[in-house]
Design a protein around this ligand. Structure first.
Ligand code: T4K
Length: 370
């Protein structure tokens, strides 16, 4: 059996030859960035593909999150989940806001709506939930709380590209939704990201904020950063879109293989993908429970020793990182569920190119220890 390294993910790369004509076009027209033709085409194509009205493209998901926070003029405290990638709450801290960490639901691993209200104070201005692993949050419960307390909602939808519930794209929920198009994501532009919004005014505001705040050549009324997506990144996105069906069917095959071959192993719990009509199979998280003979870290080591590099997304939880622990810029409620899950979770390799023998290698090792 091959011992080639298998990573938690590999980027989707369409044939290189098909990218060359896009580059030739860019070389020809010499527009490299600043809302060029590729950028405009990608905006249109993504609105259609995702079924959303307005999209603002960014150079990465983190700057998109920071800009979303800025666009809604938030202040004070924002309720969020500690069970996420650090960019979620970093985007708040970088805007001078206080993340308030509230626990997650033990099944969906998303922010637990039943715990949100107890964390609301007069300083609270928004909720920033994450559709973790692409599994939609309890959007109705969150919306009801936001309405009742007059709070804004920004969904960190970095994992939720193309995910749909019964009524359409999950990206339509909340005031804003933010995507990541990083190399490790289901849809990538090498680096990239986006904000989804529902009004022309908000789209214009975000476009200004990602371009230094410029209203026109002579007018700046708000300080903005540089969040613009370049033409090369946008071109790659356009090419990538042609392959989404193929990439997603590859992921779906891997997902089915894991379900079929792991679900009967004592002590392995597959994190359920509930609440969506269309999944994007962005991650394959499992929980290593007490009934399994190895701890999560021991299994991770066993896989690593066999050149299979799984990842412990999300360990440690954000509030456990030194920089958070030793500072007072956040509020921590009881996050026992998130803490417990972070010690049990392991994301298995998930990408379309994994073939039957790769999958046998991974599952075989997990079974051999059971
Ligand atoms: N919100 C959430 C919920 C997020 O998950 C993220 C990003 C963000 C916000 C912020 O969005 P961005 O600003 O990133 O657009 C990765 C990614 O860097 C990060 O984008 C992602 N979440 C996070 C969950 O994972 P690392 O440090 O684990 O990535 P890295 O470099 O170790 O890559 C993992 C594996 O992927 C490698 O072992 C091999 C493979 N890989 C990676 C890259 C970058 C490749 O084969 N080629 C590549 O180019 O953070």
């Amino acid at each position: 059996m091959s011992n080639k390294p298998i990573f938690v993910t590999r980027p989707n790369l369409p044939p290189l030859a098909e990218f060359i004509p896009y580059l030739e076009e860019i070389w020809e027209n010499k527009q490299l960035t600043n809302n060029g033709p590729m950028h405009q085409q990608l905006e249109k194509a993504l609105c259609k593909y995702l079924g959303v009205r307005y999209i603002c493209l960014f150079n990465n998901g983190t700057i998109a999150l920071q800009t979303a926070v800025q666009a809604l003029e938030l202040s004070g405290e924002v309720i969020t989940t500690p069970y996420s990638f650090v960019a979620t709450s970093h985007s708040l801290v970088l805007n001078g806001l206080k993340p308030v960490f509230v626990d997650i639901d033990p099944i969906t691993l998303n922010l637990d709506p039943s715990k949100i209200e107890a964390a609301i104070t007069p300083e609270t201005t928004a909720i920033m939930p994450v559709h973790c692993y692409g599994n939609p949050c309890d959007v109705n419960a969150i919306e009801a709380i936001a309405k009742k307390h007059n709070l804004k909602v920004i969904y960190d939808a970095a994992h939720a590209f193309g995910v749909e519930d019964d009524q359409g794209s999950v990206l339509r929920h909340g005031d804003l939704s933010v995507l990541s198009f990083h190399a490790t994501k289901v849809f990538n532009t090498f680096e990239g990201g986006a904000i989804i919004c529902s009004s022309k005014e908000m789209k214009e505001r975000i476009e200004r904020l990602k371009n230094f705040g410029y209203e026109n050549e002579l007018t700046i009324n708000t300080i903005g950063s540089n969040g613009k997506m370049s033409e090369v990144n946008a071109a790659f996105g356009l090419l990538q879109l042609n392959y989404m069906e193929k990439f997603l069917s590859g992921r779906s095959r891997v997902n089915s293989y894991y379900h079929k071959n792991l679900s009967s192993i004592d002590g392995i719990t597959i994190v359920p993908s509930a609440g969506q009509k269309t999944s994007n199979y962005s991650y394959f998280p499992i929980l290593i429970e007490d009934a399994y003979p190895l701890s999560r870290d021991e299994l991770d080591e066993l896989l690593k020793a066999n050149n299979i590099i799984a990842r412990r997304y999300f360990y440690p939880i954000i509030s456990e990182f030194n920089v958070y622990k030793k500072n007072t810029f956040f509020v921590n409620h009881d996050t026992a569920v998130a803490l417990n899950i972070s010690h049990k979770v392991l994301c298995l390799p998930m990408y379309p190119e994994l073939d039957e023998s790769d999958l046998e290698r991974i599952v075989g090792l997990i079974r051999s220890a059971a």
